[in-house]
Design a protein around this ligand. Structure first.
Ligand code: NAP
Ligand code: MG
Length: 520
């Protein structure tokens, strides 16, 4: 990633053939958007970074530049926090004066606009992140629209309680005691590159329903869809200053996490950076929620429906090029069916059509960055060096673009890095087990992470017994990676603090005020 002054012309969406085959209207909109000079959204205006610098964002399928975005840093974060602060602190601002119902309507319109611009947003996401266009449209964009629609309904349903307290201050004293749920204030939101638009939606939807104001810092690898979302949010009628967007690098995120004008930071990303966020937040003891990494187990019993389980477990790891925080990367297989399942998953892996995300045939795109490509291949080598075998995959694909073969590793041992650490790529460790429940539950829970897990069995009792004992925020039974705006998602242990989605997500952005009135 290089930075420079904005004099360098953008070359739009890379070489012209990249967009060939797309409907003309969509290709033109995408070209126009990525060709715009890089800007930050601060106080309802699109402005250059204070330094005047920009940086390139790349198409991971071609390694070509897509265009340049503003290189925001601490000074820009300060301006953005100032705008969010003014918007929140002024009780007469358009945002603070909106009724919950009006707020809900704006949030709903954001969802509508995402749907109306679904093709364009999906292409932007595919170009910037690499994922197949079919997935970008059916998963990322559709779920983002859904999330705003779902959260729009909560704006009018944020309620406190009346509480029958037992306090006595004088004989016969009487009270009216109640709680109010109030927006937490100015929120810094920092998101990763694996589902750029969807992660923005997960953060912004509940935040807007709660009535806070926001500074959003997208990942440096994938800034485009968040910027387009910023335009759509203004079009939907979101008042100025409610959402400010600062594109930039980790230092911009660090400045946001440490800023004294921020009341709460909501972070999604690596566990390593999550720890830094907690430290940075200590200055003013801002509230923190974290959605971090995982090393999620899938438990496949010998009584599973093998066709469903094999293709489902393969989807559980290979979806989104394996770049899912919830990826089912440790697959525990009951001994009797181990060989059959390893063969089956390997066959599934070999069938996956790898290519540029815009090719309609593509089922797996490139990884999102050169760094990630190197990291994933490095993990595979470390596993092979330590004695693991790869019945399928293990290498890069082609010599241009960050493609990696979907990979199955066998003969691993629990101490290997490939078994213990998050790879964040299409690599699964297939591990045999002998008996339920003790063996496999113990192995599945032998991790500091606790984000997600999967169970494959026809035995309903075994399924729920196992679900009760897995230490993870989500358990999928005979399915994997099924997400819904209404269903909370988040991690146990080092996978995070708090929950995204569902009504639980509102709590991330609310304070509870207790009001006790003594009646005369
Ligand atoms: P990352 O390096 O932690 O980056 C995430 C975000 O934090 C980016 O916007 C990044 O900016 C920013 N950042 C980097 N250093 C920072 C600092 N010192 N202070 C504040 N912000 C900083 O993670 P990633 O590599 O982009 O994403 C992959 C990780 O995210 C994986 O571990 C994955 O499991 C996790 N993830 C979790 C969930 C979930 O819901 N639990 C969802 C998606 C991803 P730059 O991009 O400029 O570095
Ligand atoms: Mg990119």
């Amino acid at each position: 990633m290089s930075t420079s002054t904005p004099s360098r012309a953008t070359n739009g969406a890379g070489s012209p053939q990249v967009l060939a085959g797309l409907p003309e209207g969509v290709a033109q909109k995408v070209q126009d958007f990525v060709g715009k000079p890089g800007r930050l959204l601060i106080d309802g205006e699109w402005v250059e970074a204070a330094s005047g610098k920009t940086f390139e964002t790349l198409n991971p399928a071609t390694e070509e530049s897509l265009g340049r975005v503003a290189h925001g840093a601490a000074e820009d974060i300060d301006l953005a926090v100032g705008a969010a602060r003014r918007c929140f602190d002024d009780e007469r601002s358009d945002w603070r004066r909106m009724t919950p119902s009006e707020r809900g309507k704006v949030i709903h319109r954001i969802g509508d606009l995402i749907e109306q611009h679904a093709d364009e947003l999906a292409v932007l996401e595919t170009l910037d992140n690499g994922k197949p266009l079919t997935i970008a449209k059916a998963a990322d964009v559709a779920l983002a629209a859904d999330l705003f629609h779902y959260m729009s309904g909560w704006a009018t349903k944020i309620e406190g309680n009346t509480i029958p307290i037992s306090a006595v201050t004088s004989p016969g004293s009487e009270f009216l005691a109640y709680t109010r749920k109030e927006p937490v204030g100015v929120v810094g939101q920092i998101i990763p590159w694996n589902f750029p638009l969807l992660m923005a939606a997960w953060k912004l939807g509940p935040a807007l329903a709660a009535g806070v104001s926001v500074v959003l810092k997208p990942a440096e690898q994938t800034p485009l869809s968040a910027l387009r979302l910023g335009e759509l949010m203004l079009e939907a009628g979101l008042p100025v200053g409610v959402v400010n967007i600062v594109t930039g690098f980790g230092d911009a995120g660090a400045a946001l996490a440490a800023h004294d004008g921020v009341d709460k930071v909501a972070f999604t990303g690596s566990t390593e950076v999550g720890r830094l966020i907690v430290q940075a937040a200590a200055g003013n003891l801002k509230k923190v929620t974290l959605e971090l990494g995982g090393k999620s187990p899938q438990v496949l019993y010998n009584d599973a429906d093998m066709d469903v389980a094999i293709s489902g477990a393969a989807h559980g790891i290979f979806f989104n090029q394996g770049q899912c925080c919830n990826a089912g990367s440790r697959l525990y297989i009951e001994r009797e069916v181990y060989d059959e399942v390893v063969q089956g998953i390997s066959d599934e892996a070999k069938k996956i059509k790898i290519g540029p995300g815009l090719d309609p045939e593509t089922q797996m795109g490139p990884l999102t960055s050169a760094e990630q490509h190197e990291k994933v291949l490095g993990y595979v080598s470390s596993g092979l060096d330590a004695g693991a075998r790869a019945p399928t995959g293990g290498g890069r694909v082609g010599d241009r673009g960050y493609f990696v073969e979907p990979t199955v590793l066998t003969d691993t041992t629990p101490d290997m890095k490939v078994v213990r650490e998050e790879i964040f790529g299409p690599v699964v460790c297939a591990i045999p087990f002998h008996s339920e429940p003790d063996d496999v539950i113990k192995s599945a829970n032998a991790t500091n992470f606790g984000l997600a897990s999967g169970i494959w069995t026809r035995d309903i009792n075994k399924a729920h017994r196992t679900a009760n004992r897995l230490r993870a925020g989500t358990v999928w039974i005979n399915c994997y990676s099924v997400f819904d705006a209404a269903m909370p998602f988040g991690g146990y242990m080092e996978s995070g603090w708090g929950r995204e989605m569902g009504h639980n997500a509102l709590e991330n952005y609310l304070e509870t005020k207790s009001v006790v009135a003594q009646l005369a």
